[in-house]
Design a protein around this ligand. Sequence first.
Ligand code: IGP
Length: 260
Amino acid sequence: MTILDKIVANKRKEVARAKSRVSYTKLEESEFFSRQPYSFREFLLAPDRTGIIAEFKRKSPSKGIINDKVTVKQVTTAYADAGASALSVLTDKLFFMGRKIDVKRARALNNIPILRKDFMIDEYQVIEAKAIGADVILLIAAILTPAEIDTLATLAKSIGLSVLLEVHNLEELERSINPNLDAIGVNNRNLADFTVSVETSFQLAKHIPDDFLKISESAISNTEVIKELKQAGFSGFLIGENFMRQEDPGAAMREFVQGL
Ligand SMILES: O=P(O)(O)OC[C@@H](O)[C@@H](O)c1c[nH]c2ccccc12
């Protein structure tokens, strides 16, 4: 059983529990549910922004605790000030030490899109994403069938959310492509064994149709790589650990973007 299998098995239980505690009606009555989400595309392509999707991540299965001393407020507002095009906030509790309230807090404090970073397997989580103030959801090709991707993406679009599909290889990309997606993210980290290589992004770039935004995810640690990824057609760069492992992640991002 890979780590991804374990995460998904746990997620099924978590979603069942959440459904029994908070009804769809309750979610739809929440303060953020009726807001108009920000457009992921618009913010990624805005010339005065960096294209960086800056992540708030306390812990990961591959690295253990990365930083559990900082607050959502301190980090996300500094990321936005430093020119982030969007925020990525983990909501998986067991493996990433994330919480749904982290997205709510980030929403109340920032005026840029927020990606709810979780393992989406059920329509309930899509409604929940909107209810907690997210603008973008992540669909991971490795854990979803094409039919599931279609169902979740169609629902997300119908409530105004943007959809980012994450792939790790050509086979996943080809089987998962769907007109309801806004962006395709190439994860440079293999979620089954944690190996990382930015080459994955360069190899898959030419196979991603131009109507989708191209995003490179994980293991991005210097601005030279970003310049090369831009040349290869990428407009989004998802960065977590490189900032989060510093005592002041916002300051780390501010310094990083000087090199762009
Ligand atoms: O911390 P990094 O190497 O910069 O990676 C960020 C992000 O890409 C990574 O956290 C991630 C990519 N896809 C995911 C899916 C689930 C959880 C986490 C992720």
